[in-house]
Design a protein around this ligand. Structure first.
Ligand code: NAD
Length: 335
């Protein structure tokens, strides 16, 4: 069993849940992010999103400050910043989640992805190698599969035709990790997450944006006539899988890749119906054409993950959205 874990991206959606869970299970866990825990900000650009800073600040409060978890405020894009954290904490497992996320954002500002996702990832890899961290788990993405109609998506499928620059950076991460395994024998596991949703979710993702507008009687913009299908995955399912992998170090060997999704794609229109049902409001939908960076469908084969863990929890979408709406109404009550 791993004893000392270091999680990057703890001010983020998945990282904050993971740290809380590892702490509750008795792991020695430390965490890092670029976000200032007092303001929730990491840069002036964050001010453009009215909910982002508050959300990050509250996440850090709940999963770091209140629990007494050691927090390092660093930018992984800066040389030696991550290595100095590893040198101080000496983890036996690093779970690297910090990144610039967001397929649509990468259409508007691809350069935002270069430092965190490519340079930062290199720093994480290299520090883990030089300071002999036994294993690295890192976030990849379903977006590496690109535009496919053949389902489910299997880890051995080709992934050399990304639809977005974001997907390209995630694919690059997988190749970089493979090279560090080939050159130095480093053990890593890339986790391809499939559309994660749930409490404390990201402000730039559909569940949060849709819910906030539906609650306020504002229109929601839905791409591709709402016919895009996504393998929505509840955040606790993702966290349980990561914890299972952390608990069994022998599962992280070579330079492997694993899908984290349930092979149950749902049309965005059906997703909106469920969400609006829990919000008890009628959505006002404005359809827009599919975006260039979007893919029509995501659908994970979960066979490899099941082979590794034996079993994996599955929260039904309706239940997960109920939990999400409960959290949102609590966190951001409307007057
Ligand atoms: N949420 C999803 O549906 C999903 C799907 C596929 C892949 N992923 C990947 O999973 C990981 C976690 O996703 P999330 O949804 O929690 O994202 P998030 O944006 O909520 O969290 C990412 C965190 O990384 C931090 N970060 C970014 N750049 C940094 C830097 N240079 N130095 C230090 N910290 C930095 C951010 O401050 C943020 O707190 C990401 O790598 C993302 O690409 C997420």
């Amino acid at each position: 069993m791993s004893k000392k874990v270091l999680v990057t991206g703890v001010a983020g959606f998945i990282g904050s849940h993971l740290v809380k869970s590892l702490h509750a299970l008795g792991y020695q866990v430390a965490a890092c992010d670029k976000v200032d825990p007092h303001s929730g900000l990491a840069g002036a650009a964050d001010l453009a999103d009215p909910f982002l800073a508050r959300l990050r600040k509250d996440r850090l409060q709940a999963c770091v400050t209140r629990l007494g978890v050691k927090y390092f405020q660093i930018d992984i894009g800066q040389a030696d910043a991550f290595a100095s954290v590893v040198a101080q904490w000496q983890p036996d497992t690093v779970v690297h989640l910090a990144a610039q996320a967001g397929v649509r954002h990468s259409m508007q500002a691809p350069m935002d992805f270069v430092t965190p996702n490519l340079v930062g990832f290199s720093h994480v890899l290299d520090a883990c190698h030089r300071l002999q961290v036994p294993r690295l788990l890192y976030a990849s993405s379903s977006s590496v599969y690109g535009m496919r109609s053949q389902v489910p998506f299997v880890e051995s499928d080709r992934t050399d035709q990304p639809q977005s620059f974001y997907a390209a950076t995630k694919m690059a991460n997988e190749l970089m990790a493979y090279a560090y395994h080939s050159q130095y024998g480093m053990a890593s596991l890339g986790m391809r997450f499939f559309t994660v949703y749930g409490p404390w979710g990201r402000t730039d993702m559909a569940p949060f944006m849709f819910a906030q507008n539906i609650r306020r009687g504002l229109p929601i913009k839905v791409f591709g006539e709402g016919k895009l299908r996504r393998d929505f995955t509840y955040v606790d399912d993702i966290v349980e899988a990561i914890v299972g992998l952390v608990a069994h170090p022998s599962l992280v060997a070579g330079a492997s890749i694993v899908n984290m999704g349930h092979q149950r794609p749902v049309e965005v229109n059906a997703f909106i119906d469920l969400l609006a049902g829990h919000l008890k409001r009628q959505p006002i939908i404005e359809y827009a054409p599919m975006q260039v960076a979007d893919v029509a469908l995501t659908c994970a084969s979960e066979d490899r993950l099941l082979g590794m863990l034996g079993s994996w929890r599955e929260t039904p979408l309706d239940k997960g959205l109920e939990y999400f709406v409960q959290w949102l109404q609590d966190w951001d009550p409307l007057d």
